[in-house]
Ligand binder design. Sequence first.
Ligand code: PAF
Length: 289
Amino acid sequence: MRVVATPADYDELYTQWQGKTVALVPTMGALHEGHMALIRYARQLADVAVVSIFVNPLQFGPTEDLSRYPRPLEQDLGICRELGVDAVFTPSVDTLYPAGMANVTTVVPPENLTEHFCGEFRPGHFTGVATVVLKLFNLLRPSVAVFGEKDAQQLMVIRKMTRDLHVPVTIVPYPTVREESGLALSSRNRYLQTEAEQQAARCLYRILNRIREQVQASEQRLDAKTTLESISRQVLGEVAHPDVTVCLQYLEAVDKNTFAPVQILGPDSKILIAAYVNQVRLIDNLDLG
Ligand code: PAF
């Protein structure tokens, strides 16, 4: 496995590959089983598998966890090696933003995709994501790139960006990988320090799953607002613990194809959730069909 940090070193490798197809898994490192599943899948999609590891400052807000975001590089490289990755791209901030970030050209996704959900609470986040992903596509020239469905809004934004800007890459989604408890794997799960926090974090999936069960069992059409409110109240009551504050940031039902809000829950609905468990922000989503 080759580890390259500059575009010039990657170009040399790319030339050696002589036209082989490249599957890219863009990551911010702190790799877990979820990433590992994306990487295994990427290996089946092209001749060569490339992982990028870059904690992108442009997608973090001023009060977010950029400086304390985990960066276990040696461990990540070991995982990539074990999985048979051909190359890992580990650029520095200066390499990807040589003129700094203040006046850099950015990719601004359309407002209708970013004004709600994570975009509402993380202003500028999706501009940061779309910009760095386009940079990675231009530098690494993959024919396919794999993204997890856990970050549903990110996936939507990236698909739209590649279509709108005619980027010659196929975006391949991969299903959310979960712990046995249902908790979606995330690099931020490692911030859940106590058993009580870990238990409470499971409420995200429990809410989603209970909504799905209720819709599937019901013979009537269920109103989205009433159902989401009553189930979330019920589950938050069940996980209540004196040392843990669970604060829902959003819980919304949308059409899974357009992300437009829905009033009645049905098989085409997707439920999106974000919550703080003490200081740790977690997101998840589930299709009802
Ligand atoms: O999902 C992530 O890890 C990041 O948002 C991504 C896509 C690697 C861009 O920095």
